[in-house]
Design a protein around this ligand. Structure first.
Ligand code: NAP
Length: 264
């Protein structure tokens, strides 16, 4: 299969490029700064900024007909809902939602005409449950999940599969590439202190794993070995999404507060 992946400079995208290439696929690895792709053993390396219409059009034309698209590029702008500057939140939405939309609108028509293809959208456990201080990030991923559900119903008819990969917390460049707002001073500095310790509890005291499990899940979704629409990855994501599916809002919140020791 010929598969284009966005955001391959680091983290999950880079691991997915390596994994799919090792499984024998023609990978078109892309990144905003093409030089970050040097050393990746893939079929093709292209510059691609998903925020930029012209960059998307150029890269998709250069890539040629694709069997798979992995929308992985993403970033974070964290902080309490009342404090994150709207421009920062809009910028994140531009990458995490509209970037994926640009790619889908550029690539899916060809897949539909050829009668086959697969789109894998990298969401997050925050695409199912919104954590405190992550409201806008969750909003980008909730939006991506809604869009993915609709796309599955629309384009599935023409042979285009859709999968949503929902990682928990993995050790990548993500935190370093993300920005935090309004967490160092009252009234939300205490929540930040409490929450910073709480999310690690879902990993049972283990350190955050590297991105290989997410890359494997993406590759399984691309190949159709995993046919689920939603694919949580990591013990934290599996625990949170399965608990969420079983409980009403109030019981879920009480359960999570207790599990995380969140006293706020
Ligand atoms: P990462 O190492 O920071 O990788 C993010 C990638 O996105 C980088 O290659 C970055 O490229 C790229 N990117 C950002 N803006 C872009 C743009 N406008 N155009 C093209 N590429 C762009 O973090 P990661 O953890 O691997 O994140 C990958 C995806 O997984 C994201 O969608 C993230 O939301 C999701 N995710 C991560 C976790 C986690 O715990 N790590 C959990 C759930 C979901 P540059 O080098 O150019 O900035």
């Amino acid at each position: 299969m010929r598969i284009l992946i966005t955001g391959c400079s680091t983290g999950i995208g880079r691991a997915a490029a390596t994994t799919l290439a090792a499984r024998g696929h023609e990978v078109v690895a892309t990144a905003r700064r093409k030089e970050t792709l040097e050393g990746l053993d893939v079929a093709s390396r292209l510059a691609l900024d998903v925020d930029d219409d012209a960059s998307v059009a150029r890269a998709v034309a250069e890539a040629g007909p694709l069997d798979g698209l992995v929308n992985n590029a993403g970033r974070g702008e964290g902080g309490p809902v009342e404090k994150v500057p709207i421009e920062a939140a809009k910028g994140m939405m531009e990458t995490n939602l509209w970037g994926a939309v640009r790619m889908i609108q550029a690539v899916v028509p060809g897949m539909r005409e050829r009668g086959h293809g697969v789109v894998v959208n990298v969401s997050s456990v925050a695409g199912v449950v919104a954590p405190p201080l992550g409201g806008f990030y969750a909003a980008t991923k909730f939006a991506l999940e809604g869009l993915s559900e609709a796309l599955k119903l629309e384009a599935g008819h023409f042979g285009v599969r859709v999968a949503i990969v929902e990682p928990g917390y993995f050790d990548t460049g993500f935190r370093g590439n993300s920005h935090e707002h309004g967490i160092d001073q009252p009234p939300y500095d205490e929540l930040h202190r409490l929450w910073d310790g709480a999310d690690g509890k879902l990993l049972g005291g283990e350190s955050r794993p590297g991105p290989q499990a997410v890359a494997d899940a993406i590759a399984d979704a691309v190949e159709g070995k995993d046919e689920r629409l939603r694919i949580p990855v990591g013990q934290d994501a599996e625990m949170v999404t399965s608990t969420r599916a079983k409980l009403d809002d109030a019981t879920f919140e009480a359960t999570m507060r207790q599990a995380l020791g969140l006293d706020w």
